[in-house]
Design a binder for this molecule. Structure first.
Ligand code: AMP
Ligand code: MG
Length: 326
């Protein structure tokens, strides 16, 4: 992997943002959950991770920050307790006790400055917030999008091991990076990039049966339809349920054969947010797997915040996509 400034900065940003989430998870600052307008939860850790990620990218890169991140700062402006806790988590992660609330708010806001055009970051500071709150899996997801394509993706899975059981919480997390046309790598927390392992997925064969990675939350994808599609393959089926883009890492590392995410309401399907998929899609593609929407169409990252032209998600080992889509 050629360590370009953007790649190196993205890995530092995700690693430090993950440290902020762990500070919250390990109780160094209180979890203060806030419910957003769309009824989804957001925690101290979501805001702290976005602020830390932005501050790190701004520090390490000379270019102005262009980012379409998930969180906005309105709750931080309104809630002093939330603001104080976010500042504490960011200070711990960055090792900077001089960081101020104003800098944290400015950083969160700088994470929502982008609208499209000339290359930009997309960030989900904590993907799988429900998993994070449940004590399960979650991910810090940062990707660089250029001309509607994901060019670089970094995924931090602070509670998931690099190998073996992906569901049980591991004290040593795992990190992944992919660069378009160059490949995908994974490493354990605490390792350097030089120790990262190239990820290469063998093609799927029916002899190995099929293991599908799916959401834990029943409202996020149609478990019943997904089970029907797997059953139609006519091979032994198993399922692994975990939150967040960790599912992409599970597929890219060969611990599941496919990640399926079918909309629960096919008539008015929810369009997926780009920050929920950009890093993971590139990881699976660059590991030698295949990705598309559930109808087989290429995922189109050129429509703003959401994959407006796509219907659900399929990510899998090579040779399986055509069968699943059919
Ligand atoms: P997962 O951890 O795979 O269940 O996905 C978490 C993501 O699901 C969150 O980041 C949300 O953006 C997204 N989400 C929230 N509501 C829905 C929904 N009704 N259908 C699909 N995805 C959703
Ligand atoms: Mg998310």
């Amino acid at each position: 992997m050629h360590p370009t400034p953007r790649l190196t900065a993205a890995i530092s940003a995700v690693t430090l943002a993950a440290r902020a989430t762990l500070a919250v998870r390990l109780g160094e600052v209180a979890i203060n959950t806030h419910i957003k307008g769309d009824k989804s939860p957001v925690t101290v850790a979501d805001f702290a991770a976005q602020a830390v990620c932005v501050i790190t990218l701004q520090k390490l890169l000379s270019e102005p920050l262009r980012m379409l991140g998930e969180e906005d700062a309105s709750a931080l402006r309104e809630n002093a307790d939330l603001r104080a806790a976010v500042l504490a988590a960011a200070q711990i992660s960055l090792g900077d006790p001089t960081l101020t609330e104003a800098q944290v708010i400015a950083a969160v806001e700088a994470g929502q400055t982008e609208t499209g055009a000339g290359g930009y970051w997309t960030l989900d500071p904590i993907d799988g917030t429900k998993g994070f709150l449940r004590g399960g899996q979650y991910a810090v997801c940062l990707a660089w999008i250029e001309k509607g394509e994901v060019a670089l993706g970094v995924l931090g899975c602070p509670a998931m091991a690099l190998e073996g059981d992906p569901v049980g919480v591991s004290p040593v997390g795992s990190y992944y990076a992919a660069v378009k046309g160059q490949g995908a790598w994974g490493w354990s927390a605490g390792q350097t990039l030089a120790q990262a392992r190239r990820m290469t997925l063998p093609a799927w064969t029916p002899a190995r049966g099929v293991c599908v990675a799916e959401s834990v939350e029943a409202e996020h994808s149609a478990h019943g339809e997904q089970a029907q599609v797997m059953a139609a393959l006519g091979v032994p089926v198993s399922s692994v349920r975990l939150d967040s883009q960790c599912k992409y890492a599970v597929v890219a590392s060969g611990r599941a054969d496919a990640y399926l995410r079918f909309p629960t309401d096919p008539n008015t399907p929810r369009r997926e947010c780009i920050w929920d998929h950009a890093s993971g899609v590139l990881l699976v593609d660059e590991a030698g797997g295949e990705t598309s929407d559930a109808k087989g169409a290429k995922l189109d990252f050129n429509c703003g915040k959401r994959l407006e032209k796509n219907f659900g998600i399929v990510a899998c080992a090579k040779g399986l996509k055509a069968k699943l889509v059919k």
